[in-house]
Design a protein around this ligand. Structure first.
Ligand SMILES: [Zn+2]
Length: 81
């Protein structure tokens, strides 16, 4: 049987869904009997969802600079007369 410590250590994998089936079953059993861990996993899930909803790290300015740099390169490659 898993201890609460085991559960919190694997919480991130649980939320990401990267745990193997057996470990998931063990965890599910523990969560059925342990309200504390259930709450903990729920909070982790909420946190991950929030992080996913955040806009991408790349700022508009950085994206613009990347596009401009790409345009400049293609300009140089095209001979103009
Ligand atoms: Zn527990």
């Amino acid at each position: 049987m898993l201890s609460c410590r085991n559960v919190t250590e694997r919480a991130s994998d649980v939320v990401d869904g990267t745990l193997p089936l057996l470990a998931r079953l063990e965890l599910g059993l523990h969560l059925m009997i342990c309200e504390g861990c259930r709450t903990y996993i729920d909070q982790m899930r909420g946190l991950k969802t929030m992080l996913r909803r955040r806009p991408p790290v790349l700022s508009t300015a950085a994206a613009e600079a990347a596009v401009l740099a790409a345009l400049r390169v293609s300009d140089q490659e095209t001979p103009r007369r």
